[in-house]
Design a protein around this ligand. Sequence first.
Ligand code: KG4
Ligand code: ZN
Length: 357
Amino acid sequence: MIILAIETSCDDTGISIINVKCQNSNVKSCNFEILSNIVSSQVKIHAQYGGVYPLLAKREHQKNLPTVLKKALKKAGNPKIDLIAVTQGPGLEPCLWQGINFAKELTKKLNLPIVPVNHIEAHILANLINNQQLTINNFPAICLVVSGGHTQLILMKDFGKYRILGETRDDAAGECFDKTARVLGLGYPGGPAIEAKAAEYDIRNTPYEIQLPRPMIYHKNYDFSFSGLKTAVLYLVKKNFYKNNQLTINNQQLAIISHEIQQAIIDVLIYKTLKAVKEYKAKSIILGGGVVANNELRKQFKLKIVNCKLKINFLVPPKKFSTDNAAMVAIAGYYQWLKGETKSWKNVEANAHLRLK
Ligand code: KG4
Ligand code: ZN
């Protein structure tokens, strides 16, 4: 089965074509061959604002979609498409509509079925890329989805069976990276910028001098809060590194603060995920979302699993499939199609606040 998927929930315009091949008649145990996966990033456009500007992003999607489609079809060798999948939400409403309307036009033109996809489920199922498998033996799983717009801990009992255990009450983890990077003058997107600066920090040369909060880490629930961390960085920088309204901070200080921001976020994410793993006797940990592209987060998760002697299936997508892309939407689209969620194009609508069920 060949699926063409469209992703426009935030600032990346993505179109991917995949070939789904299932072993025997086991439709849940499939390989997802990626025939093409084109992502047109708008980073340069939004960098000047230090974050995503929804109406500008919408306009860029409109401009990019026809070109991205042409590239995706050409790279895939112009196969005959069987199904269209499109991100329905959550995300920025004007951006979602742009992708949905484009998908509807295509659906009508090619006379194809269409399935709407939840962006969070797509981040989880990105783990099936590169022949990684999830079988009934791997459930229940605890999924941590951390991106620029979301921070959620999810209990996954099977494909399509989710329960949100906790989520951020204010800023998402990626948003915290983006906003603190802006305070430090490190540019957008903040996650990769903070990660690169933090990697310059060497504890042997510089003893630790600052301690940032780990918000809600020991709270009984599974909720998160990152706005306090952002505010703590803002105060720290204003108090110590502003002279005559100018940021005056040297490279070593930047490295120390970046390292501590990254570590504070990692500490909270790992602690809460492992707490959920124990409570729900999970057999897998599944990571997804742009923030899990972070090398230090991946490394520390693996180390913690070894140190705690946890016998657990640990899944994290290849880096380029952690951040937004349409290949993950195609995979999630396949599982929606299995569930019989095919819709008439007339009934597909954006839902900026769509939640996993
Ligand atoms: O999943 P994604 O591409 O888009 C949303 O659905 O929001 O995630 C983007 C977020 C941004 O906040 C970005 O700063 C963060 O992921 N990010 C990272 C890294 N790469 C991207 N955060 C930490 N470390 C990284 N290497
Ligand atoms: Zn995302």
